[in-house]
Design a protein around this ligand. Structure first.
Ligand SMILES: [Zn+2]
Length: 329
C-alpha cells in the first residue's frame, strides 16, 4: 500500500490494511469460531494456552503464566465434573472435512488411558490450505461425526469429556498448518516467543470477544468440616459445612493462573467475629491452586451466618475476590 505512494492517502492505506487483518481468509488462514458451545468466563474458561516460551519455562501468548512447558494447544475447561455431566457441546471451529475420529475410550482421565492415545476420544478436521483443527478428550460415546463428513462452523462434533491424558474435564484444541502447531491467538508457529505480534489471531471477531484474556482468578470457594482435597473440589462433591456442632471449620478456595509473588488471602468471619485470616505468598506460577485454612472449637461453633472471602493480591493491588455466605445450623 505504502509503495503506491502519493496516489493513496494514508487513510485509504489504513482502511485497506484493516480489511486484510479482519479477513484472515484473504491470507488463506481459517477464521475460527469458539470450539465449545459454552459461556466463556461463566461456565467455561481457558485453563492453559499454547506454550510460547521456546525454553524450558512456559508462557502464554500474552506472556502470562497460563501454560505449561511444551503445551501445544488451548484447554477449554469447566470447573467441575458436575458441569461436564450436564453436557458441553464441542463444535467445529471452522468449515472443513472430518479427517479422523476416535471414540470408545473411558472417561477415566490420566490414570486409565490406552498407551499412545493421549488425546482420548477425538475429532480431526481438515480445512483449506493445509490447516487442521483437532479436538481431544471428548466424552465416551459422544463423537457424532465420521471421517469424510463435511462440517460447517458450529456443527456438533461430540461432548466435553475426560478421556485420554487429562486431569480434569476439558477440550484440548490443537491448530496446525501443514502439520506444524500454530497458536490460534496470534496465528504464529509456536516456536516463536510470546513477544511475537498477535496481529494474525485466527479467531473471528465474536470469538475474540468471548476469549478476552483472563490472567487468573478465583474459581470457587467453600467451607467444610474436614481437610478439603482438590480431587473432591474438581468433582464438585467437596462436603460443605452445615452443622455448628462439628469441631473443625475450614475455608477453602480454588484459584487459576496464580503467579509467583501473588498473595492469596482466605478470610472466614462468623457470628462471633474473625475465625480465619490467612495470607500465603505464591512461590511459583501455578495453573490451578487450592488453599485452605481452618480452626478447631472443642465445643463447636455458634449457629448462624458465616462469611467466606478469598482474594488475590497481585503487585500490591486487589486482583480478584469472591465472597460467599454459608449458614451453620
Ligand atoms: Zn491441553
Amino acid at each position: 500500500m505504502i509503495r503506491i505512494g502519493a496516489v493513496f492517502s494514508l487513510i485509504a492505506g489504513a482502511v485497506a490494511i484493516g480489511f486484510l487483518l479482519d479477513n484472515p481468509e484473504e491470507t488463506g488462514k481459517p477464521i475460527l469460531g469458539l470450539p465449545v458451545d459454552c459461556n466463556m468466563g461463566e461456565r467455561c474458561y481457558i485453563q492453559s494456552f499454547v506454550d510460547r516460551d521456546p525454553g524450558p519455562g512456559a508462557a502464554d501468548y500474552a506472556c502470562g503464566s497460563l501454560s505449561y512447558d511444551g503445551h501445544k494447544g488451548v484447554d477449554f475447561r469447566v470447573a467441575t465434573f458436575v458441569e461436564m455431566m450436564k453436557g458441553i457441546d464441542i463444535i467445529a471451529a471452522a468449515p472443513g472435512q472430518v479427517r479422523a475420529t476416535r471414540d470408545g475410550i473411558d472417561d477415566l482421565g490420566v490414570d486409565h488411558y490406552p498407551l499412545g492415545q493421549d488425546c482420548g476420544n477425538a475429532v480431526v478436521i481438515a480445512h483449506d490450505n493445509g490447516w487442521e483443527t483437532q479436538y481431544c478428550h471428548l466424552a465416551k460415546g459422544s463423537v457424532s461425526v465420521n471421517a469424510e463428513d463435511l462440517v460447517e462452523t458450529g456443527d456438533l462434533l461430540g461432548k466435553m469429556g475426560f478421556s485420554g491424558r487429562t486431569e480434569f474435564p476439558h477440550l484440548h484444541l490443537s491448530v496446525r498448518k501443514d502439520g506444524a502447531p500454530v497458536d490460534p491467538f496470534d496465528g504464529q508457529e509456536i516456536t516463536l516467543s510470546c513477544e511475537a505480534s498477535d496481529a494474525d489471531s485466527l479467531w473471528s471477531t465474536d470469538a475474540k470477544q468471548d476469549l478476552s484474556y483472563q490472567p487468573g482468578g478465583i474459581v470457587d470457594i467453600g467451607i467444610t468440616n474436614a481437610r478439603p482435597t482438590l480431587t473432591a473440589i474438581r468433582h464438585g462433591n467437596q462436603a460443605i459445612a452445615q452443622r455448628a456442632s462439628q469441631k473443625n471449620l475450614l475455608i477453602w478456595a480454588r484459584f487459576f493462573g496464580v503467579r509467583m509473588g501473588d498473595q492469596l488471602e482466605l478470610h472466614l468471619i462468623g457470628p462471633d467475629g474473625e475465625i480465619v485470616s490467612d495470607i500465603t505468598e505464591i512461590a511459583r506460577n501455578r495453573a490451578e491452586e487450592m488453599r485452605y485454612a481452618g480452626r478447631k472449637a472443642l465445643n463447636g461453633w455458634t449457629k448462624g451466618q458465616y462469611r467466606a472471602r478469598a482474594a488475590i493480591i497481585r503487585a500490591g493491588r486487589l486482583f480478584d475476590s469472591e465472597d460467599q455466605v454459608f449458614v451453620l445450623n
